[in-house]
Ligand binder design. Structure first.
Ligand SMILES: [Zn+2]
Length: 288
Protein backbone atom coordinates (compact mmCIF):
# COMPACT_ATOMS: atom_id res chain seq x y z
CA UNK A 1 0.00 0.00 0.00
CA UNK A 2 1.34 3.37 -1.01
CA UNK A 3 -0.13 6.57 0.39
CA UNK A 4 0.28 10.25 1.02
CA UNK A 5 -1.08 11.45 4.37
CA UNK A 6 -1.03 15.19 3.68
CA UNK A 7 -2.16 16.70 0.39
CA UNK A 8 -4.26 19.68 -0.74
CA UNK A 9 -6.12 18.91 -3.95
CA UNK A 10 -7.11 22.58 -4.37
CA UNK A 11 -3.48 23.73 -4.77
CA UNK A 12 -1.22 22.84 -7.69
CA UNK A 13 2.34 23.28 -6.42
CA UNK A 14 2.90 26.16 -8.82
CA UNK A 15 0.66 29.15 -8.19
CA UNK A 16 -1.57 29.07 -5.17
CA UNK A 17 -3.73 32.07 -6.07
CA UNK A 18 -4.40 30.93 -9.62
CA UNK A 19 -5.19 27.39 -8.54
CA UNK A 20 -7.67 28.54 -5.93
CA UNK A 21 -9.23 31.15 -8.24
CA UNK A 22 -10.15 28.44 -10.75
CA UNK A 23 -12.87 27.36 -8.34
CA UNK A 24 -14.15 30.85 -7.47
CA UNK A 25 -17.47 30.67 -9.34
CA UNK A 26 -17.93 26.94 -8.92
CA UNK A 27 -15.82 23.87 -8.32
CA UNK A 28 -14.09 22.71 -11.52
CA UNK A 29 -13.72 18.98 -12.03
CA UNK A 30 -10.89 19.12 -14.55
CA UNK A 31 -8.01 20.10 -12.22
CA UNK A 32 -9.33 17.68 -9.59
CA UNK A 33 -9.38 14.82 -12.10
CA UNK A 34 -5.85 15.68 -13.23
CA UNK A 35 -4.69 15.59 -9.62
CA UNK A 36 -6.37 12.26 -8.84
CA UNK A 37 -4.95 10.69 -12.05
CA UNK A 38 -1.43 11.70 -11.02
CA UNK A 39 -1.79 9.57 -7.88
CA UNK A 40 -3.55 6.65 -9.54
CA UNK A 41 -0.89 6.48 -12.27
CA UNK A 42 1.81 6.05 -9.62
CA UNK A 43 -0.04 3.48 -7.55
CA UNK A 44 -0.48 5.91 -4.66
CA UNK A 45 -3.91 4.73 -3.57
CA UNK A 46 -4.41 6.20 -0.08
CA UNK A 47 -4.75 9.96 0.25
CA UNK A 48 -5.46 12.11 3.26
CA UNK A 49 -6.51 15.68 2.53
CA UNK A 50 -5.64 18.78 4.57
CA UNK A 51 -8.77 20.70 3.64
CA UNK A 52 -9.81 23.82 1.74
CA UNK A 53 -12.40 26.59 2.03
CA UNK A 54 -13.93 26.13 -1.46
CA UNK A 55 -15.55 22.68 -1.38
CA UNK A 56 -12.86 21.28 -3.68
CA UNK A 57 -11.94 18.37 -1.43
CA UNK A 58 -15.64 17.67 -1.00
CA UNK A 59 -15.88 17.17 -4.77
CA UNK A 60 -12.58 15.24 -4.88
CA UNK A 61 -14.06 12.75 -2.45
CA UNK A 62 -16.97 12.11 -4.83
CA UNK A 63 -14.62 11.59 -7.77
CA UNK A 64 -11.90 9.56 -6.00
CA UNK A 65 -13.52 6.08 -6.02
CA UNK A 66 -13.63 6.07 -9.84
CA UNK A 67 -9.83 6.39 -9.71
CA UNK A 68 -9.47 3.50 -7.30
CA UNK A 69 -8.43 5.90 -4.54
CA UNK A 70 -9.18 5.80 -0.82
CA UNK A 71 -9.43 9.55 -0.18
CA UNK A 72 -10.10 10.86 3.33
CA UNK A 73 -10.96 14.48 3.96
CA UNK A 74 -11.79 16.83 6.86
CA UNK A 75 -13.57 18.93 4.14
CA UNK A 76 -12.14 22.13 5.65
CA UNK A 77 -9.67 22.99 8.39
CA UNK A 78 -10.69 24.91 11.52
CA UNK A 79 -8.65 27.83 12.86
CA UNK A 80 -9.02 30.44 15.56
CA UNK A 81 -10.11 33.81 14.22
CA UNK A 82 -7.18 36.19 13.75
CA UNK A 83 -4.69 33.33 13.36
CA UNK A 84 -3.24 31.40 10.45
CA UNK A 85 -5.53 29.01 8.58
CA UNK A 86 -7.92 31.03 6.43
CA UNK A 87 -6.46 29.58 3.23
CA UNK A 88 -7.58 26.06 4.13
CA UNK A 89 -10.79 26.54 6.06
CA UNK A 90 -13.03 28.45 8.43
CA UNK A 91 -12.59 30.36 11.68
CA UNK A 92 -14.18 30.15 15.11
CA UNK A 93 -14.15 32.67 17.92
CA UNK A 94 -16.20 31.04 20.67
CA UNK A 95 -16.44 27.39 21.69
CA UNK A 96 -20.03 27.35 20.45
CA UNK A 97 -18.75 28.35 17.01
CA UNK A 98 -16.06 25.69 17.16
CA UNK A 99 -18.65 23.05 18.07
CA UNK A 100 -20.85 24.25 15.21
CA UNK A 101 -17.99 23.76 12.72
CA UNK A 102 -17.31 20.27 14.07
CA UNK A 103 -21.04 19.65 13.71
CA UNK A 104 -20.85 20.78 10.10
CA UNK A 105 -18.10 18.27 9.39
CA UNK A 106 -20.27 15.56 10.90
CA UNK A 107 -23.33 16.64 8.93
CA UNK A 108 -21.42 16.68 5.65
CA UNK A 109 -19.79 13.39 6.57
CA UNK A 110 -16.21 14.55 6.79
CA UNK A 111 -13.80 11.81 7.81
CA UNK A 112 -11.95 13.64 10.59
CA UNK A 113 -11.23 17.10 12.06
CA UNK A 114 -8.30 19.21 10.87
CA UNK A 115 -7.19 22.00 13.19
CA UNK A 116 -4.67 24.82 12.77
CA UNK A 117 -2.74 25.59 15.94
CA UNK A 118 0.33 27.56 14.87
CA UNK A 119 1.88 29.60 12.07
CA UNK A 120 4.03 28.39 9.19
CA UNK A 121 7.79 27.97 9.19
CA UNK A 122 9.44 31.30 8.42
CA UNK A 123 12.00 30.23 5.82
CA UNK A 124 13.92 33.50 6.10
CA UNK A 125 15.50 32.58 9.42
CA UNK A 126 16.20 29.40 11.34
CA UNK A 127 13.84 28.62 14.21
CA UNK A 128 11.15 31.21 13.50
CA UNK A 129 7.43 30.79 12.73
CA UNK A 130 5.13 33.18 10.89
CA UNK A 131 3.24 33.52 14.16
CA UNK A 132 3.22 31.91 17.58
CA UNK A 133 0.64 29.25 18.22
CA UNK A 134 -2.58 29.26 20.18
CA UNK A 135 -2.63 28.94 23.94
CA UNK A 136 -1.96 25.34 25.05
CA UNK A 137 -5.39 25.23 26.75
CA UNK A 138 -7.06 26.26 23.50
CA UNK A 139 -5.25 23.53 21.56
CA UNK A 140 -6.18 20.93 24.15
CA UNK A 141 -9.85 21.97 24.12
CA UNK A 142 -10.05 21.86 20.31
CA UNK A 143 -8.75 18.30 20.33
CA UNK A 144 -10.91 17.31 23.26
CA UNK A 145 -14.16 18.52 21.66
CA UNK A 146 -13.41 16.80 18.34
CA UNK A 147 -12.62 13.56 20.17
CA UNK A 148 -15.85 13.79 22.14
CA UNK A 149 -17.67 13.91 18.82
CA UNK A 150 -15.91 10.72 17.80
CA UNK A 151 -13.48 12.26 15.29
CA UNK A 152 -9.76 11.67 14.84
CA UNK A 153 -7.78 14.93 14.80
CA UNK A 154 -5.10 16.06 12.34
CA UNK A 155 -3.26 19.08 13.71
CA UNK A 156 -1.17 21.60 11.78
CA UNK A 157 1.38 22.39 14.46
CA UNK A 158 4.86 23.90 14.46
CA UNK A 159 6.93 24.83 17.49
CA UNK A 160 7.71 22.86 20.63
CA UNK A 161 5.15 24.33 23.06
CA UNK A 162 2.26 23.93 20.62
CA UNK A 163 3.29 20.43 19.68
CA UNK A 164 3.61 19.34 23.29
CA UNK A 165 0.10 20.61 24.05
CA UNK A 166 -1.29 18.73 21.04
CA UNK A 167 0.54 15.48 21.83
CA UNK A 168 -0.47 15.57 25.49
CA UNK A 169 -4.09 16.12 24.46
CA UNK A 170 -3.87 12.92 22.43
CA UNK A 171 -3.91 14.41 18.94
CA UNK A 172 -4.05 11.63 16.33
CA UNK A 173 -1.57 13.18 13.92
CA UNK A 174 0.89 16.03 14.16
CA UNK A 175 1.53 17.80 10.84
CA UNK A 176 4.83 19.54 10.04
CA UNK A 177 6.12 19.71 13.64
CA UNK A 178 9.05 22.01 13.00
CA UNK A 179 11.46 22.71 15.86
CA UNK A 180 10.32 20.02 18.28
CA UNK A 181 12.18 19.79 21.59
CA UNK A 182 13.66 16.72 23.27
CA UNK A 183 10.62 16.74 25.58
CA UNK A 184 8.31 16.70 22.55
CA UNK A 185 10.12 13.78 20.98
CA UNK A 186 9.85 11.82 24.23
CA UNK A 187 6.14 12.64 24.53
CA UNK A 188 5.63 11.68 20.90
CA UNK A 189 7.28 8.31 21.43
CA UNK A 190 5.08 7.59 24.44
CA UNK A 191 1.92 8.65 22.63
CA UNK A 192 -0.13 7.15 19.81
CA UNK A 193 0.26 10.35 17.78
CA UNK A 194 1.54 9.83 14.23
CA UNK A 195 4.02 12.51 13.18
CA UNK A 196 3.77 13.61 9.55
CA UNK A 197 6.82 15.88 9.16
CA UNK A 198 6.24 17.05 5.52
CA UNK A 199 9.88 17.61 4.57
CA UNK A 200 9.12 18.56 0.96
CA UNK A 201 7.94 22.18 1.21
CA UNK A 202 11.31 23.09 2.78
CA UNK A 203 13.71 20.78 0.93
CA UNK A 204 12.11 21.13 -2.52
CA UNK A 205 12.82 24.87 -2.41
CA UNK A 206 16.60 24.28 -2.31
CA UNK A 207 18.16 25.90 -5.36
CA UNK A 208 14.97 27.77 -6.29
CA UNK A 209 16.41 31.13 -5.26
CA UNK A 210 13.27 32.01 -3.31
CA UNK A 211 15.05 31.75 0.05
CA UNK A 212 18.63 31.48 1.24
CA UNK A 213 19.73 27.88 0.65
CA UNK A 214 21.86 27.97 3.80
CA UNK A 215 18.79 28.70 5.92
CA UNK A 216 16.71 26.03 4.16
CA UNK A 217 19.50 23.49 4.64
CA UNK A 218 19.76 24.23 8.35
CA UNK A 219 15.98 24.02 8.88
CA UNK A 220 16.03 20.74 6.96
CA UNK A 221 18.96 19.42 8.98
CA UNK A 222 17.19 20.12 12.31
CA UNK A 223 13.96 18.56 11.02
CA UNK A 224 15.68 15.41 9.76
CA UNK A 225 17.64 15.03 12.98
CA UNK A 226 14.37 15.23 14.95
CA UNK A 227 12.76 12.66 12.64
CA UNK A 228 15.68 10.31 13.16
CA UNK A 229 15.53 10.73 16.93
CA UNK A 230 11.75 10.32 17.06
CA UNK A 231 12.03 7.05 15.17
CA UNK A 232 14.82 5.86 17.43
CA UNK A 233 12.66 6.50 20.48
CA UNK A 234 9.80 4.53 18.89
CA UNK A 235 7.46 7.27 17.63
CA UNK A 236 5.01 6.66 14.79
CA UNK A 237 5.82 8.46 11.53
CA UNK A 238 4.15 8.65 8.14
CA UNK A 239 4.72 10.05 4.66
CA UNK A 240 2.86 13.27 3.90
CA UNK A 241 4.21 15.59 1.24
CA UNK A 242 1.93 18.64 1.67
CA UNK A 243 1.41 18.29 -2.10
CA UNK A 244 -0.08 21.41 -3.59
CA UNK A 245 2.35 23.59 -1.63
CA UNK A 246 4.88 25.46 -3.76
CA UNK A 247 7.30 23.08 -5.54
CA UNK A 248 5.39 20.02 -4.33
CA UNK A 249 3.47 18.65 -7.35
CA UNK A 250 0.72 16.05 -6.96
CA UNK A 251 2.11 12.59 -7.68
CA UNK A 252 5.87 13.15 -8.07
CA UNK A 253 5.72 15.14 -4.82
CA UNK A 254 4.84 11.98 -2.89
CA UNK A 255 7.76 10.10 -4.44
CA UNK A 256 10.14 12.87 -3.42
CA UNK A 257 8.76 12.91 0.13
CA UNK A 258 9.19 9.13 0.35
CA UNK A 259 12.81 9.61 -0.65
CA UNK A 260 13.42 12.41 1.89
CA UNK A 261 11.85 10.30 4.64
CA UNK A 262 13.82 7.18 3.77
CA UNK A 263 17.02 9.22 3.80
CA UNK A 264 16.19 10.71 7.19
CA UNK A 265 15.21 7.36 8.72
CA UNK A 266 17.82 5.07 7.23
CA UNK A 267 17.52 1.36 7.86
CA UNK A 268 14.04 0.12 8.78
CA UNK A 269 12.36 3.13 7.16
CA UNK A 270 10.09 0.99 4.99
CA UNK A 271 8.48 -0.92 7.87
CA UNK A 272 8.24 2.14 10.04
CA UNK A 273 6.44 4.18 7.40
CA UNK A 274 4.17 1.27 6.57
CA UNK A 275 3.15 1.13 10.23
CA UNK A 276 2.47 4.88 10.36
CA UNK A 277 0.34 4.71 7.23
CA UNK A 278 -1.64 1.79 8.66
CA UNK A 279 -2.35 3.74 11.86
CA UNK A 280 -3.62 6.70 9.87
CA UNK A 281 -5.77 4.54 7.59
CA UNK A 282 -7.28 2.82 10.59
CA UNK A 283 -8.00 5.92 12.67
CA UNK A 284 -8.87 8.66 10.21
CA UNK A 285 -12.24 7.38 9.15
CA UNK A 286 -15.69 8.77 9.51
CA UNK A 287 -17.18 8.11 12.97
CA UNK A 288 -20.17 5.80 13.08
ZN1 LIG B 1 -0.91 21.32 4.39
Amino acid sequence: MRGDCHIHVIMDGVNYRQAVDLHREQVQDEPIRRCLSAYRDRGITFLREGGDARHVSERARELAPAYGLDYRTPLFAIHKKGHYGGIVGYAFETWDEYRALVGQVREKQGDFIKIMTSGLIDFRQVGALSEEGLEPETIREMIHIAHEEGFAVMSHTNGAANALAAIEAGVDSLEHGAFLSEECLEALAESRTVWVPTLSPCLNMLGSGRYDDGVLREIGRIHRENIRQAAQKGALLAVGSDAGAWQVPHGPGTETEERWMRQALGEGAEELLERGLEEIRRRFRRPA
